[in-house]
Design a protein around this ligand. Structure first.
Ligand SMILES: *Cc1c(COP(=O)(O)O)cnc(C)c1O
Length: 396
């Protein structure tokens, strides 16, 4: 018999190509272990992880608090379904309710961002209205309802017909929102910052105006905080700086601290739309995922990470802005888009990978970073140094 090839990046790629649907393309490396913001690939190469599993690993890899919570939970009780309660899900629901500032808000748990938005769509149908307004460029997930909300034609068009009566308007344009939202609109869904679109911020006052438009027409204001949420931008959900209260908040990504978990939170006024039997999820609110979420929230609070995210984010922005070849650095807290002067973001992401840094190019112009909240100032300076070097080499 032939000796099996040693597991490494090239064997991982061969296996992937033989077994995986081609929807992702083949990743360049297989990661095998990590600690904090450092990860290692199958060839033993070390990386500084500034993508954080796409804004999910809030405490980095192998954080002791998560290891402890998850280990304890899986050795005690694994999955119970929603026929029964368990302490972890109750604790998490209380924490999320507190974060909204609305003691009458009510939580539904699921497993992903798309599912959280699906729940919001279904909830909005129970208002008796069906029209929805969303933003061009927005990303709300890949399931049929969520992709119908998503404002990116390349992701939508192959799957038409989608949900009907969804209108997309220019993000940040108050007048366009005004024109689109009517008394037939069930919900308006907006990201506080559009993450997948390249970390796009709306002008100040946009969410406040959206709130007023929804109040006037009776439409639900749904804030998709899947990417901005769980403290990434320095507040729990990313909309708080606009001093609004949404009707519905959807979260996922960082919620489980690296484990799959999502939630849809309906605030006062829309908290009683779902009736028994209207919606459900087998795995939603799984004890192990909730234990990880509770541990994550606990560390964020006890270590003051909401504040430090803003400090570290500002340091990143200030240092990155000094690098030639960058035209703009935008974002809030630890969700940052780095806009390049030349359209070579994909080549730069590949260059950074070979220099041992993980980032993601959301387009030809923009590099997105969403590192763990536990990065140090040294990690920031190492990242900035590597970015300058890779960009310099690329631009010659
Ligand atoms: C990632 C993302 C989603 C989809 O989340 P999944 O867990 O991939 O389904 C939805 N909305 C926003 C804003 C996101 O960034």
């Amino acid at each position: 018999m032939r000796k099996p090839r040693k597991f490494g990046n090239s064997l991982a790629q061969a296996t992937w190509n033989k077994t995986f649907q081609p929807n992702y393309g083949t990743p360049p490396i297989s990661l095998v272990k990590g600690k904090g913001v450092i990860v290692y690939d199958a060839d033993g190469k070390k990386y500084l992880d500034f993508l954080g599993g796409i804004a999910t690993n809030l405490l980095g890899h192998a954080h002791p608090a998560i290891i402890k919570a998850v280990t304890k939970q899986i050795s005690t009780l694994s999955h119970v379904s929603n026929f029964y309660m368990h302490p972890q899900v109750l604790q998490l629901a209380q924490s999320l309710q507190k974060m909204t500032g609305d003691k009458n808000s009510k939580v539904f748990f699921c497993n992903s961002g798309a599912e959280a938005n699906e729940a919001a769509i279904k909830l909005s149908r129970l208002t008796g209205r069906t029209n929805i307004v969303a933003a061009h460029g927005a990303f709300h997930g890949r399931t049929m309802g969520a992709i119908s909300l998503t404002g990116q034609p390349a992701k939508r068009d192959p799957f038409k017909p989608l949900l009907r009566k969804i209108k997309h308007v220019k993000y940040g344009d108050i007048a366009a929102l005004h024109r689109a939202v009517t008394r037939k609109t069930a919900m308006v869904i907006l990201e506080p910052i559009m993450g997948e679109a390249g970390v796009v911020l709306p002008p100040k006052g946009y969410l406040k105006a959206a709130r007023a438009i929804c109040d006037k027409t009776g439409a639900l204001l749904v804030i998709d905080a899947v990417q901005t949420g769980m403290g990434r931008t320095g507040t729990w959900f990313g909309y708080e700086n606009e001093e609004i209260t949404p009707d519905v908040i959807t979260i996922a990504k960082g919620l489980g601290g690296g484990l799959p978990l999502g939630a849809m939170i309906a605030l006062e006024g829309s908290n009683n739309l779902f009736k028994p039997g209207d919606h459900g999820s087998t795995f939603g609110g799984n004890p192990v995922a909730c234990a990880a979420a509770n541990a994550t929230i606990n560390v964020i609070q006890s270590k003051g990470l909401l504040k430090s995210n803003v400090v570290l984010g500002n340091l990143l922005k200030n240092e990155l802005t000094k690098i030639p070849g960058i035209s703009e650095v935008r974002g809030r807290g630890l969700l940052i888009g780095i806009v390049l002067k030349t359209a070579n973001a994909k080549a730069l992401a590949a260059g950074l990978l070979s220099d041992g840094v993980l980032v993601n190019a959301t387009s030809d112009e923009v590099i997105r970073i969403a590192p763990a909240f536990i990065i140090s100032k040294k990690n920031v300076m190492d990242f900035v140094g590597a970015f300058q070097k890779s960009l310099g080499e690329l631009n010659g």
